[in-house]
Design a protein around this ligand. Structure first.
Ligand code: NCD
Ligand code: ZN
Length: 343
């Protein structure tokens, strides 16, 4: 049987939520990943060190026994974030970054920032105190076509931010376009990007052809095939600026299969297997380990993991639902066959 052993990976962009589903999703993530950067877009958002530490405690409580999983916490950047908040994060070993959501860009982003120039003093402090900035890179202008929102965010905002704060560590989260890949490639090493499994596997046809597929709806939205191909190249060619971030974002099935369905794909149940399929198809399995287990840790200045995981080449069918009866979650590719399985 064909097997693949790699250093245990980390997930550099993850939504764990709270309440009943936390236990289900944290069990899935911790089975595969040693660490994960945990998104702060709860309702209400996590905006202070105390809230982040409380949330971290809830996550640790929800973990399966003997799990060694480490949640790496983040704070949600708002118009009210202060320089003192930045200083507190800089000295807190459990909090690793601030997440910037343009107001209204995605799920639970109402508390986000309206005018990015207003927070420039905060970005200045983040640069000074070496706190990374994680960006949901989409403009929110209602007149702007949803497929252009990432490209225009880069043109109108990110280019200036990178120029203005040349040593600020920035992760452009869940890149979805050729333009984003080219932009990140053109910048110095302090600018990185995460790539999700769904944006490597699917183009926008998967959302809209043959009926509407709500479980493929996430933000930034799936793009054309040429963009998917640019992402696959970026992920599989061994460029340390691009690393694994699932953006696994569970929503209860009813809220996805609805007249106004929520954005977010649930991939944590088999994230590493999903990525492995992409790398295998691209004949780049030798590049998987660095993408999944090295480049993100290196970018954040954290030690690489030392334990390993083993994947087996073996067909298995993805269940139609995960979770408890009242709170079922439909996984990405539900009911389909995956050809790799973690031992
Ligand atoms: C995320 C969520 O549900 O929290 N949804 C998504 O489509 N990716 C938010 C986000 O990361 O944009
Ligand atoms: Zn996300």
């Amino acid at each position: 049987m064909k097997t693949l052993t790699i250093i245990q990976p980390d997930d550099w962009h993850l939504h764990l939520r709270t309440g009943d589903i936390l236990e289900t999703v944290v069990a899935h993530t911790s089975r595969q990943f040693k660490r994960a950067i945990v998104m702060p877009n709860l309702k209400p958002p996590i905006t202070s060190v105390v809230e982040a530490l409380t949330y971290r405690h809830q996550i640790l409580q929800a973990l399966p026994q003997e799990s060694e999983f480490e949640p790496l916490m983040t704070l949600y950047l708002t118009n009210q974030t202060t320089i003192d908040d930045i200083k507190q994060v800089a000295i807190c070993e459990f909090i690793h970054a601030f997440k910037l959501y343009p107001a209204g860009a995605t799920t639970n982003s109402d508390a986000g920032v309206n005018d990015l120039t207003v927070i420039y003093p905060i970005l200045e402090a983040m640069q000074q105190y070496h706190v990374p900035l994680l960006i949901h890179g989409e403009i929110t202008d209602e007149a702007c076509d949803i497929f252009d929102r990432e490209r225009l965010f880069i043109e109108r905002h990110l280019t200036d931010i990178v120029k203005e704060f040349p040593t600020l560590k920035i992760v452009l989260e869940h890149v979805t376009t050729e333009e984003a890949v080219q932009f990140v490639e053109s910048t110095p090493a302090n600018i990185g990007a995460t790539i999700t499994p769904q944006h490597l596997l699917f183009n926008r046809n998967a959302l809209l052809v043959g009926g509407i597929h709500p479980h493929h709806y996430c933000l930034p939205i799936l793009k054309r095939e040429k963009h998917r191909q640019a992402l696959v190249k970026a992920a599989t060619r061994g460029n340390p600026k691009f690393f694994l971030g699932t953006d696994s974002a569970p929503h209860i099935t009813n809220l996805k299969e609805s007249a106004c369905g929520c954005a977010g794909c649930y991939s944590a149940f088999a994230a590493i297997e999903l990525y492995t399929e992409v790398f295998e198809k691209e004949k780049s399995l030798d590049k998987l380990e660095a993408f999944a287990s090295f480049y993100g840790a290196d970018f954040y200045g954290l030690a690489r993991n030392t334990q390993t995981i083993t994947l087996e080449k073996k067909n298995w069918e993805i269940p139609s639902q995960y979770g408890r009866q009242e709170n079922l979650i439909t996984p990405l590719k539900a009911g389909e066959t995956l050809s790799w399985k973690m031992k």
